[in-house]
Ligand binder design. Sequence first.
Ligand code: CO
Length: 151
Amino acid sequence: MIREIVQIGDPVLRKVCSPVSKFDGELCKLLDDMKDTLKDAEGAGLAAPQVGVPVRAVAVDVEEGYFEFINPVFVWQKGEQTGPEGCLSVRGKSGTVRRPDKVKIIFQDRKGDKFSLVARGFFARAVCHELDHLDGVIYTDKAENIRSEEE
Ligand code: CO
């Protein structure tokens, strides 16, 4: 089911999200809905607070595949990249953001099993952007400039 994507200005986007503690049907429904919503919006990533649920769950849809990260935590961040970024919660805008070039995270899947993953390049950028959402941070807080895409 496609859910409505919350837009900047809504306080839910500024919350420090709670860890997921129950790996149950409700979590599966949230993750299934996030997948439908992200595919429909054709974005690279979506965090649970963007559909109004302030818990530590994100989805990333990149060349490397479709990923769900529950309770993700950085192990390390290396290097630097600077490039354009947008957000489904900041419609019609993009900005230049500096991010690490390579990151390692640990996370759980929807069953609660623990994994680690290394992401590089655009994948690393998407992971950083989505993890920021879990702490109430939006890329516009970090962007060097914000452009309107319609102009
Ligand atoms: Co975003």
